[in-house]
Design a binder for this molecule. Structure first.
Ligand code: NAP
Length: 463
């Protein structure tokens, strides 16, 4: 019998999730020296690229240009794209495993963390995930509405997602008009009455999670002042040693410069606060009307870090919309192990284990945010996927992959046909892509996205 991973018997790998980490895993497999592999790449949506399409903000088109790299990978004849195929709904994990030598989960983190405070369930309190998905035309979030008639809104957390949502709220809508923002979101933002965005960090300026460029972009917005209270821009004694990191120093210096720049004159304001934690959302008629925050003191967490501890001093800020941007979280997939504590798929070196500390499930692998949690920039996923693929190839060479019932090209097609699943190909996506660009060109936009799966399917005549 021919060895696995040779031209006579290619290594057949199913990758679930066509976002950055899935594409980087496919690329690593197809480029691995001395290995012959083929990839079936599945996504629950008809469209590929995951967060590059549904997460990256419309005013960050340069970041989205990485999709051209994924497109080249997708056009490799050894890769097949199966769009609109959802694990757990259309196919089961064990059905994929029975038709491939290995399965890689590249499913990201599709949910979000919660603040865990009273009032979080009120109308007008949302996750940043929902808002991001909404303005990006993600089919899961297209139907949501946000109270943009509020003059004052709060964004909780100071990571890069918080920077994205703050920019979208604070930027004149006209500056987004030529992007790929969803049409309905552009219309809503044009009518927005938002004048003040409270941006709330629970620790100090040295601990802020945003990148230096991202906060500076907020400071450079054309019609918005970035305001910082000088007392909150001070670096605490406990945080001083963090300034040895040049990126931290740069962020702190920028904040201290802004803190000295007065109260502002522009139409809108971003009021960046430090050392404050929301403790309760207050409501009127079931909707958020204000947020109670507690001032924090910073202290050592005993592990080399700095933690925020409530100082018992409270204030109330009037807001009509709250977006919590306190981190994403994975959601369990049917038939795939999930560690509820960490919020992702448990693994050792990318090899899925049934539970933390338990044995490896041979033939199952994980990459990206589903593997390490929601951290890092898009490019971070490349090295992460390469590392998992190295584990997979080592297992292939060591004969440690489970025997596969039928890894032929036809096996997956038969499975989908038997289950009457209409999978879209990469050629189908390219048609949708062309239609979106053509629709956008009519109104001067980069593209007008399809935001409903039904509309995408209807635009493609069945084969
Ligand atoms: P993040 O970087 O982990 O930031 C989460 C923020 O939420 C932190 O400020 C954190 O504060 C705060 N937080 C957590 N729990 C909180 C609570 N209970 N109360 C108040 N604040 C709380 O996560 P993210 O912003 O979702 O970003 C995810 C990843 O995507 C990051 O690696 C980010 O760089 C990346 N990303 C990059 C870009 C870009 O490059 N343009 C855009 C979007 C996302 P503590 O620090 O105190 O925990």
């Amino acid at each position: 019998m021919s060895a696995l991973g040779t031209p006579e018997r290619p290594l057949a790998v199913a990758i679930v999730g066509a976002g950055p980490s899935g594409f980087y895993a496919a690329e690593a497999l197809l480029k691995a020296p001395g290995l012959t592999a083929r990839v079936d790449l599945f996504d629950r949506l008809p469209t590929p690229y995951g967060l590059v399409r549904g997460g990256v903000a419309p005013d960050h088109q340069k970041i989205k240009s990485v999709a051209a790299v994924y497109e080249r990978t997708a056009q490799d004849p050894r890769l097949r794209f199966f769009g609109a195929v959802k694990l757990g709904r259309d196919v089961a994990a064990d059905e994929l495993a029975a038709r491939h030598d290995a399965v890689i989960y590249a499913v990201g983190c599709e949910s979000d963390r919660r603040m865990g405070i009273p009032g979080e369930e009120l109308g007008g309190s949302h996750s940043a995930t929902e808002f991001v998905g909404w303005y990006n035309g993600h089919p899961d979030h297209r139907g949501r509405s946000f109270n943009l008639s509020a003059s004052s809104v709060a964004v909780v957390g100071v990571g890069n997602v918080a920077m994205d949502v703050t920019r979208i709220l604070a930027r004149p809508a006209e500056e987004l008009a030529g992007t790929d923002i969803a049409g309905y979101a552009l219309a809503a933002l044009r009518a927005s009455k938002v004048r003040t965005v409270w941006l709330l960090g629970r620790r100090g300026p040295a601990e802020a999670a945003y990148s230096p460029d991202e906060i500076e972009e907020i400071g450079e917005l054309s019609a918005t002042d970035l305001l910082v209270d000088p007392a909150e821009a001070v670096v605490d004694e406990v945080s001083r040693r963090e300034l040895a990191d040049p990126a931290v120093k740069k962020k702190v210096e920028y904040i201290q410069k802004r803190a000295g720049s007065g109260t502002g004159t522009k139409k809108r304001r971003v009021r960046l606060r430090f050392r404050v934690s929301p403790v309760e959302l207050l409501g009127e008629n079931g909707r958020v009307s204000a947020m109670r925050v507690e001032k924090n003191a910073l202290m050592s967490d005993g592990k080399g870090g700095v933690k925020a501890v409530g100082a018992g001093v409270f204030e109330t800020i009037k807001v009509g919309l709250v977006l919590r941007s306190v981190g994403y979280r994975g959601i369990p997939l049917p038939g795939v192990p999930f560690d509820d504590k960490s919020g992702h798929i448990p693994h050792v070196d990318g090899r899925v284990v049934s539970a933390p500390g338990k044995p490896v499930l041979p033939g199952h692998y994980v990459v990206g945010w589903a593997k390490r949690g929601p951290s890092g920039l898009i490019g971070t996923n490349r090295a992460d996927s390469v590392a998992t693929v190295e584990s997979l190839i080592a297992d292939c060479r060591a004969g440690a992959l489970p025997a596969c019932a039928d890894s032929s090209l036809d096996a997956t097609l038969r499975l989908l046909a038997d289950k009457k699943v209409r999978a879209l190909s990469f050629a189908d996506w390219l048609k949708l892509d062309a239609l979106e660009k053509a629709a956008g060109s009519k109104t001067g936009k980069i593209r007008e996205k399809f935001t409903r799966v039904e509309d995408m399917l209807a635009a493609l005549p069945p084969r």
